[in-house]
Design a binder for this molecule. Structure first.
Ligand SMILES: [Zn+2]
Length: 465
């Protein structure tokens, strides 16, 4: 079945066609490890995980690559504030990041690349760009001339007057800047005393890379020069991904990325998350509020990744209640399918193909809210046996990642066949309105230590404690 992806580049849903049959290379912009990631970042990482799992479910051989930004303006500044080495700071937050993604059942990317391990690749790209005359040197570093770039800003749909950029040559050395003002950006920042021990030697001068060239170099090295999928949060469309395209395409003269996927923003209490507003949450803060990481994941899956969402503690607690019911129902279904409880199934003449329906939802631009709703429909479907439901739910969980594989089936004694036969005989008696017989059989059943209860769907059998 086709996988349809909303491609930011074309602003359209497109059928995915891989570069190599049955294989997919995915590059994900990873964390800047200068602090613990917040729940907005975690939404993006859950999105990456869903994308990867959907491809694996479709039997693709997936190479998911994520970078760890362990050298940039923010990491250097923070390590100096804390008076520790860049190495010590970034390794610490990288460890915390890995622990957070594990708590959320996010599969570890196949390759986690450290920016500091790829400086050589960055220097090589910058040298090519200098040779081609697309990069130029100033007093404080090497800059990329966006006026000489083909289609600069095509991803962000920016309107650039080439002559403006040529004549003005406005530059920006900060890694992050505003959309309103595209400018030539730094590929390499020459060493200043503020950089302390952080520098590398290059033929064009001692210094350190800009943030944008890091991802271009790592993506190119691991998957390039042309990549199937590149993903990130919408905040990365400009300048980060815009600059990545410009650098990579100017260096290699090849189309950089076929499908760009961007996850929408998360507000907290109807406002942009900010430490100053007191609406800044990390995973540990949720746990302090009594919210489990997997309940947070469940809540994330109830919205489509391209919808902006609003986080409130109440909303996630509501989702947690549903999540607990989901898990409890799953345990009960396991119980029933193990023969610990009798079940009545009215098999449908034309059974619904849940697996196919599920695949349709997830392959339609990773529609997790509909996939989750389908799982609930399955749970409530009286025409499907518990055993079948357990198998299907376990299968769906390969994508949903709600930890069903870890839900331990509590082993109980099976209901003996003669008790089941008695209960069925009683049901027949009740259908024939032979109440006397029905009561007599009930007594037989209770004498054997079992309780029979009538429900609108038939009866249940349970061993008395
Ligand atoms: Zn990146």
């Amino acid at each position: 079945m086709d996988i349809n992806i909303f491609n930011t580049l074309s602003s359209k849903k497109e059928v995915f066609t891989p570069l190599v049959k049955n294989k997919v290379g995915i590059y994900n912009c990873g964390p800047t490890v200068y602090d613990t990631v917040h729940i907005g970042n975690l939404r993006t990482f859950v999105m990456y995980d869903i994308i990867r799992r959907v491809f694996e479910y479709n039997e693709y051989f997936v190479t998911q690559v994520m970078n760890i930004t362990d050298v940039d303006d923010k990491t250097i500044k923070r390590s100096q504030e804390k008076k520790i080495s860049l190495e010590e700071l970034t390794r610490h937050y990288e460890t915390l990041f890995i622990s957070d993604i594990h708590s959320l059942n996010i599969l570890t990317p196949n390759k986690l690349l450290s920016a500091r391990d790829h400086i050589k690749d960055m220097i090589e790209m910058i040298s090519i760009l200098l040779e081609k005359g697309i990069a130029y040197q100033t007093k404080d570093g090497i800059y990329f001339s966006i006026g000489l770039s083909k289609d600069y800003g095509k991803l962000a749909k920016l309107k650039i007057e080439a002559t403006d950029t040529h004549t003005l040559r406005e530059r920006i050395s900060n890694d992050e800047y505003e959309k309103e003002n595209p400018r030539d950006f730094a590929l390499w920042k020459f060493y200043t005393e503020e950089d302390g021990q952080v520098f590398w030697d290059a033929s064009f001068g001692k210094g350190r890379p800009g943030w944008h060239i890091e991802c271009s170099a790592m993506a190119g090295r691991a998957l390039g020069p042309t990549i199937d999928i590149h993903a990130g949060g919408t905040d990365l469309i400009f300048p980060h991904h815009t600059n990545e395209i410009a650098q990579s395409e100017a260096t290699y003269d090849k189309h950089f990325v076929n499908y760009w996927i961007h996850g929408a923003f998360m507000n907290v209490n109807d406002a942009k998350m900010a430490k100053s507003k007191g609406n800044f949450y990390k995973l540990a803060d949720l746990e302090n509020e009594g919210i489990s990481p997997l309940a947070f994941r469940y809540w994330l899956l109830t919205s489509h990744y391209r919808s902006q969402i609003n986080f409130t503690i109440e909303a996630v607690k509501g989702a947690q209640t549903a999540f607990i019911r989901f898990i409890e129902t799953f345990i009960r279904l396991q119980d029933i399918s193990a023969g610990h409880e009798y079940e009545h199934v009215h098999k449908a003449l034309e059974p619904r193909d849940y697996k196919k329906d599920f695949l349709e939802k997830v392959n339609d631009d990773f529609n997790t809210p509909e996939a989750l709703a389908l799982a609930w429909e399955l749970i409530k479907d009286h025409t499907v046996e518990a055993k079948e439901k357990v198998i299907l739910l376990m299968d769906f969980d390969k994508i949903l990642g709600l930890g069903l594989h870890a839900v331990v089936n509590i082993q109980k004694e099976e209901i003996p066949t003669e008790v089941t036969v008695l209960a069925e005989a009683r049901e027949k008696a009740r259908e024939n309105k032979d109440w006397e017989m029905a009561d007599a059989i009930r007594k037989e059943i209770t004498d054997r230590g079992y309780d029979v209860n009538d429900t609108d769907k038939g009866f249940t059998l349970k061993k008395r404690n």
